[in-house]
Structures are given as C-alpha cells and as structure tokens.
Design a protein around this ligand. Structure first.
Ligand code: ADP
Ligand code: GN1
Ligand code: MG
Length: 371
C-alpha cells in the first residue's frame, strides 16, 4: 500500500489508541465503507479497525455515531455481568479521537472512526452448514431482543425510508427519467423492468398489509448479512457488527435480509444464474435459531410478517442494484462496469426461486414457530 499505509497510519494517530500501529491492511468485503486493520509491528497488544465512512451515503456522521454509541452502551449493559474482558469480545468498542470526538474528519472532508479489533474472529460471506445458519438466526434474534427495551425514538433516522418499497420504486423511476448514460434501454435492463412491473402492485400491497400495518416499530439492525456477525475460532457467533444502519424498523426486514444472504447457494453477484438456487435446510435452521431467541417478544402478526420479508428484501435489493446501474453506479462499490446489473439479475433470480418454493417455505416457517 506504500503511501496509502502512511496516510492510514497518520490518520490513526488522531485516535486514543494504545501502542504504535505500524501495519495497515484493507479488510472486509462491504459495499459502502472502507475498512483497514491496524497492528503493531510485533502483533502484540490491541489491534484496531479504522473505517472511512462513506459520507455520500451517510451525510450526518455525527448522528450515525451517536446511534452507534447508544446501541453499544445498551448492549454492553446487558452483558455487564460477564466482566469487562468478555464485554469487549461480545460488543463493539468505539475509540474516540484525542480531542474526545466520535470520529475524525480529515482535510479532504472524509470521516473516519476507530473500533477495537476483536481478536481471533472472522466473518464469512457464504453459509454452508445448518449449525451456522441456526447460530446466525439466534445471534440476530438475541440482538433484537436485547434492544427491545431501548426507546426507538432515541435513535436518529440516518437513512430515511431505508427499507421502504415505495421509496425504492420512486428512486428507480427517477433514475429511468434521468437515465444519464443510456443504460435504461439495454435489453437486460428492459427485461428486469418488465418483471418488476408485473410484481410491483402485489409487492406494495403485501408490504403495507402484512408488514407496515400489522407490526410495531422496533429497533432493528437493517443490514443482517451473515458477514455482519463475527464468528469465533469454532465458528460460533461472538458479536453482531456493522451498526451503521441500526434504526427503527420492522423485524420482517432483518429476517428477510438475512435469509437473502443465507439461502442463496450462489453469490450475491453471481454471474452464473444457475448457481442461484435455494438451500432450503438453511432457511429452516435460521428460522428456528431466530425464533428461539426472538419468539418470546414478537407478536403473532410479526411472526406472520417474517414470511413476507423473505420476498420484500430480495425485491428491494433488485430495485436498488438496478437503480444504481442505471444511474452509473454512484452508490455501491463496483469491481467492473456491469457489476450492479449482474447483482440485480442475481437478486431477481433469487426472488424467482423463492416464488417457486412459496408453499414449502411457508409451511417450514409455521413448523418453526410450533417447534
Ligand atoms: P462494511 O460496512 O464494509 O461491511 P463492517 O463494519 O461490516 O464494514 O466491517 C468489515 C469487516 O471487518 C467485517 O465483515 C468483519 O470481518 C471485520 N470487522 C468489523 N468489525 C470488526 C471488529 N470489531 N473486530 C474484528 N473484525 C471486525
Ligand atoms: C450494503 O455495506 P454493506 O455491504 O454491509 C448496503 C445494504 C445492502 C448491501 C447489499 C448502508 O451493505 O443495505 O443490503 O450492501 N448498506 C447500505 O449487499 O446501503
Ligand atoms: Mg459489513
């Protein structure tokens, strides 16, 4: 990384860290922020994670960080009986800047935050085993349960209408009107638009009736990809991470977003749509793990809403990736020019697979509630 390493290490100097960091490496596979792992040259003492927050997407970094502090402190309160060392392994520790701020703003207007690195952990993008899916469900269920007694009104809405189907459709329509680089007329885009059009009204109606009108607003994670759980050496969940989007919402969103990433045998951006098939045993395992932890506080209507979340999230993700492609990729990081189109096609294929298995998935969910 050369000069970039020096730049990262210089930025790290602005934070209240212990020891002299001499190594910096890119870390993680997120689509929004840039993450660097920092270590001392002998790899002794604490290590850290420095993240550049994408301020194009998060215009108010102060509010985002205030949410994170509120949530971390609440979770730490729930873990306090375990002692400080365990608390720091199971929850995120935010490191303030030397002048006591929650983030550092560099000369270029970039915002940086520092977290304590939780050692001997890893995250995985693709789930293979039912045991992992069960444990993942339990981890996100426990996360929601631990936050269920925190007043949702205390959180800032850092990304308004984040999982709102009307908003996502409005954005797609705006992109189609502007179509800055002529991508809207491509045959693959046109095919997807036709498929979206044929589902739009049913999806809107299910969103309103079975999720918004029937469920209470709670504090949810809003980005429950499986790689947002840190696993320990034995692949057991240790800590839920990536708290940028924790906001009031409906539990069906977290359930659907997790299933979107767990049930897919292919990658989120798989160019070979034949790989995008369902691993149904993982669905059952996730549902059982989730309900084991969350069943105690969910209403009956919320439990019913989970099924609809499974369809809403891949649909909205198709809209989001397609919108970004049509707008010439301002939002998600891309590795090649058609990346967002490939992502949209893969998410849509996932949706069609879920549609083909609707009856089976519904009976599995009913079974998971009873068991
Ligand atoms: P992104 O928004 O880019 O997904 P994350 O906060 O999820 O950012 O971090 C990226 C990756 O860094 C995670 O998938 C995880 O592997 C790792 N990670 C994040 N926070 C920690 C932490 N506190 N300790 C150890 N690893 C972490
Ligand atoms: C983004 O940053 P990352 O990769 O965890 C996005 C999520 C999407 C996801 C799709 C703030 O999450 O909403 O579901 O990509 N985060 C934001 O992979 O938009
Ligand atoms: Mg992440």
């Amino acid at each position: 990384m050369g000069n970039n390493t020096d730049r990262i290490l210089n930025i790290a100097e602005h934070f209240q860290i212990a020891g002299k960091m001499e190594r910096a490496h890119r870390f993680g596979s997120g689509h929004i922020n840039d993450t660097y792992r920092l270590d001392t040259s002998e790899m002794v003492g604490p290590s850290y994670l420095l993240q550049r927050i994408n301020h194009f997407i998060f215009p108010d970094v102060q509010k985002l960080m205030e949410n994170m502090v509120l949530v971390c402190e609440h979770l730490q309160g729930k873990l306090a009986h375990l002692g400080q060392e365990e608390v720091q392994k199971k929850s995120l520790t935010i490191i303030p800047t030397k002048d006591g701020k929650l983030y550092y703003e560099d000369e270029g207007g970039n915002s940086w935050r520092m977290l304590q690195l939780i050692k001997d952990t890893h995250s995985v993008d693709t789930v293979k085993l039912s045991e992992q899916a069960y444990a993942g469900g339990a981890a996100f269920g426990e996360f929601q349960r631990q936050l269920s007694d925190l007043d949702a009104r205390k959180l800032h809405i850092v990304l308004p209408r984040f999982h709102d189907i009307d908003y996502r459709l409005e954005n797609l329509n705006k992109a189609l009107l502007a179509h800055p680089v002529g991508r809207a007329t491509e045959p693959d885009v046109q095919r997807l638009l036709k498929e979206i059009g044929s589902r739009e009204s049913v999806m809107r109606q299910e969103f309103q009736e079975y999720i918004v009108e029937s469920s209470p607003l709670r504090i949810i994670h809003n980005d429950t990809k499986f790689n947002n759980i840190l696993l320990d050496k034995n692949d057991e969940p240790q800590c839920v991470i990536d708290l940028d989007t924790v906001m009031p919402g409906f539990v069906a969103f977290d359930f659907g977003d997790a299933i979107r990433t767990i049930i897919n045998r292919g990658q989120e951006d798989d160019p070979d749509l034949n790989h995008v098939t369902l691993n149904i045993p993982l669905f059952e395992a996730y549902a059982q793990g989730y309900l084991q932890e969350a069943g105690s506080f969910l209403t009956d209507a919320e439990i019913d809403s989970l099924f609809y979340g499974v369809y809403q999230l891949p649909f909205m993700q198709t809209l989001r990736f397609l919108t970004d492609y049509i707008e010439n990729d301002p939002y998600y990081k891309i590795q090649y020019p058609t990346h967002n189109l490939i992502r949209a096609k893969a998410q849509f294929k996932l949706l069609t697979e879920l549609e083909l298995n609707r009856t089976e998935l519904h009976s599995i969910l009913l079974r998971s509630v009873i068991s």
